[in-house]
Write a protein that binds this ligand. Structure first.
Ligand code: THU
Length: 128
């Protein structure tokens, strides 16, 4: 699975976004270390605070299928936006070395390691 292929899967997932309030559609595709890919989109709610981001939809889907180690996650938005703090923290639970690829539907992606997007983070090690 190349980074470009992962971006394409995130772009496809983005088309399923339910974003009638913000109109900001987000798609995510997360690559587990075992090679499986899980996708997600943002799911908004009339009670705005209940909205779930695309990244968390993808991570929770992966964990529910038994995948907890992630090589990379691709996120596609209209403007190449980066994951929110809540999603960074949820990803961080499973490691700091996940590559975060951010992209527009078409165009050159940018990438950063999760640990660089969330420096000095709190994680499960601190509860041991
Ligand atoms: N959103 C995501 O899906 N991921 C992020 O990392 C940032 C924000 C969604 C939530 C909401 O549906 C819309 O984008 C606007 O905030």
């Amino acid at each position: 699975m190349t980074p470009d292929e992962l971006v394409q899967l995130a772009a496809k997932a983005r088309k399923l976004a339910y974003a009638p309030y913000s109109h900001y559609k987000v798609g995510a595709a997360i690559l587990a270390n075992d090679g499986r890919v899980f996708t997600g989109c943002n799911v908004e709610n009339a009670s705005f605070g209940l909205t779930c981001c695309a990244e968390r939809t993808a991570v929770f889907s992966a964990v529910a299928a038994g995948a907890k180690k992630f090589a990379a996650i691709a996120i596609v938005t209209s403007n190449g936006g980066s994951p929110c703090g809540a999603c960074r923290q949820v990803l961080r639970e499973f490691g700091t070395s996940t590559l975060v690829i951010m992209s527009r539907p078409k165009g050159r992606p940018t990438a950063a390691l999760l640990g660089d997007l969330l420096p000095g983070s709190f994680g499960p090690e601190q509860l041991r």
